[in-house]
Design a protein around this ligand. Sequence first.
Ligand SMILES: NC(=O)c1ccc[n+]([C@@H]2O[C@H](COP(=O)([O-])OP(=O)(O)OC[C@H]3O[C@@H](n4cnc5c(N)ncnc54)[C@H](O)[C@@H]3O)[C@@H](O)[C@H]2O)c1
Length: 246
Amino acid sequence: MSLASDLDFTGRRVLITGAANGFGAAMAALYAEHGASLVLADLEAEPLHAVASRLGAEALVFDQGDLASVAALAAQAGEVDVLVNNAGILVAKPLLDTDLADAARLVNVDFLGVMALMQGIGRGMVERRRGVILSISSQTAFCGGENRGVYAAAKAAVSQLSRAVAVEWGPYGVRVLCLAPGRALTRMTAETARADYSGDRGLARVPLGRWGTADEVAKMAFFLTSDAAAYVTGETLIADGGYVLG
Ligand SMILES: NC(=O)c1ccc[n+]([C@@H]2O[C@H](COP(=O)([O-])OP(=O)(O)OC[C@H]3O[C@@H](n4cnc5c(N)ncnc54)[C@H](O)[C@@H]3O)[C@@H](O)[C@H]2O)c1
């Protein structure tokens, strides 16, 4: 029994979406360090190519809000051993100020696009009888939150979809999981949410007394998709410093 061999991704093809920034870029660096053959995908070509060339990875530009583009990504990516469904957007608005176009865009990217890629990549995994799919949910799936109505609902949908699909694909050796991070400072939170959660008002709810980091999220994603977590499926692991307990 060797933990080191469980954490070795040599020869495994890992597809990470949203890899140009934030959590996805941190994940890419970690998988690269552990020998994975990486396919990195994002909407933003320039930062994507920068991350990919630094890590010697393939780069594929796609739009997760466009189902034809998601299908094209699944076809281009080929045989994938691990899919990290990480790309996402946030619409931080009170429900009464959320118009249907905003809501539809968020649901397209954060739920339908995630589901379509799960299908597109999962089909081959089921045929080959092996694979792991990890989708990034959110603490808001569990605790909601001010200005997070549609986002929280879409993330909860991703967690429940993963539970259901884990039952369908478990017999084929495919694990389906979620990771629900708490607040961590990335571009997403820097641009839209720091004001909402700044100072003591937000932090007072975090038993560990600080926000998380992209590196911490990346390590949990890495662990859950590794063979060290081989008997875990359907689960959403909450990595939030205890926020949802409060
Ligand atoms: N930062 C947090 O506090 C936090 C907490 C919980 C969950 N999350 C989730 O973690 C994931 C990563 O977020 P992050 O904080 O790293 O944000 P980020 O904005 O730094 O990175 C998100 C990446 O997704 C890409 N992306 C956005 N829309 C896309 C689209 N339509 N098609 C393809 N790529 C697209 C962006 O270009 C970007 O590179 C998201 O799913 C987010 O909802 C973040």
